[in-house]
Design a protein around this ligand. Sequence first.
Ligand SMILES: NC(=O)c1ccc[n+]([C@@H]2O[C@H](COP(=O)([O-])OP(=O)(O)OC[C@H]3O[C@@H](n4cnc5c(N)ncnc54)[C@H](OP(=O)(O)O)[C@@H]3O)[C@@H](O)[C@H]2O)c1
Length: 327
Amino acid sequence: MEYRTVGRTGIQVSNLCLGTMSFGANADEETSKKMYRRSREAGINFFDTADVYALGRSEEILGDCIAHERDNIVLATKVFWPTNADVNARGLSRRHIMQGIEGSLKRLKTDYIDFYFVHDFDPRTPIEETLRALDDLQRQGKILYPAVSNWAAWQIAKALGISAKEQLARFELIQPMYNLVKRQAEVEILPLAASEQIGVISYSPLGAGLLTGKYGVNKRPKQGRLVDEKRYTDRYLDEMNYVVADRFTTYAAERGIKAATLAVAWAMSNPAITAPIIGARNLEQLEDSLDAADVDMTPEWREEISSHSITPQPATDRGETLLPNWT
Ligand SMILES: NC(=O)c1ccc[n+]([C@@H]2O[C@H](COP(=O)([O-])OP(=O)(O)OC[C@H]3O[C@@H](n4cnc5c(N)ncnc54)[C@H](OP(=O)(O)O)[C@@H]3O)[C@@H](O)[C@H]2O)c1
């Protein structure tokens, strides 16, 4: 396992992060704890969860796992989505953030979070209000760094400007979706992160299972997130995704590598990405993603694999490049 520095923080993390969305959901407590131990054995020191995963069970189980070695673990969790039916138990208001952190610290049985993510954009709350609450949490020692997931690049850039102007803690880590069929992050998020020296942990490297060989144009497994969970079925609905899955599966088979392993290796090989966040419902699935750490992804392979899906359009319609010899 390799270790990388998160942006400009000085924190070293494994270049695979274990996502624990399945803990207490489709992985029971025993299986979740086995996956934790296997990840540690493989050298992973970085774990991602959220207050809402399995209604808080994910944080509770992860909290048990890390209890004996908390200070050797880099921990990320999130706030935003409703934690109960109350109208204020959601979003990025100071009120919900202050309540959210207390709940997460309790379930995780720790007194600090390394990277505290805002899980999505809250159009009702001014960004200043959110950033000030996160800055207070940093000063109180309850979080080490604010972090951001699922915001558009312009929203992140706006927040960075506010942080600089108001001298508030800035986002030091971004968590976008990124896989062979979801490449939007390449257009603005990843260049922004590289330019501002912000870490990136990308989620869904397997397209939630799409890129594992079990899906294709005329192929669906009996069980799996893209068939069982409407939100995910809808997210990957476009038929082209299944065409790409077929092409990619064939490409991986021709090279004698499991599709899941190669898909994670592809995400890992993007130089702007600190670590992809891997996810699994059991040890067998986890092994395939862990194997990505040993794949020698050459620039040629990366280019060939990328050519299986559509490269997203640039952010402006002005297509001409700079003048020759312009540096
Ligand atoms: N910030 C956010 O909004 C956000 C959103 C999503 C995830 N995340 C984070 O990112 C982590 C990973 O995301 P993800 O779960 O979407 O990642 P993913 O790697 O794209 O998908 C993982 C899923 O693919 C299937 N799978 C995994 N390995 C497999 C294998 N070898 N063979 C066949 N199927 C396999 C399993 O689902 P099935 O068995 O059901 O097919 C598994 O749960 C999460 O745990 C969470 O921490 C964050």
